[in-house]
Ligand binder design. Sequence first.
Ligand code: FE
Length: 177
Amino acid sequence: MKDIAQQTDAVKAMMTWDPPVYGQFGMKPELVNYASEDERLWVPIEPNVWYRPLFFDMTTGSHCEILRVKRGGILSRHRHPTPVHGFVIKGEWRYLEHSWTAKAGSHVYEPPGEEHTLTCDNDDEMQTFFFIDGPVLYVDENDVVTYVEDNLGLIRQCREHFAANGLGADFVDALIR
Ligand code: FE
């Protein structure tokens, strides 16, 4: 990972970090992701569905992201073998499998084994911070796993996206600890 001083101005407008206080004990650098209007940060995954990667933990396999969904977008049915925490930043959304709607300010906890399909019904886009403590298993209509999304796959996807839009493939490296 480059030192923050070696990063481009575009990167420094989006994130920063200071050196570890106890770096001599192998402590990792902190990470601050700023709010940004730069559309290049959003990685498209399905029609009207994007995520902004925030953090990849290569020790535990967890990651943090902001999910963005506009009206009609559907994040395909998937299962979480590990816990998930979500906090709705703006807008609202629901799961096809559940009775409730998550609105701005809501915290959502999803236990291991939770399986769902996310959608947004409103003209106002939703943005939700998610901490996902492991891989995501995409399933078909018979609950058969069709794709395993782990940090390696997400990072590969981000590298391709950022390489294509000018931020550079190594942009995502700064998000990895
Ligand atoms: Fe989920």
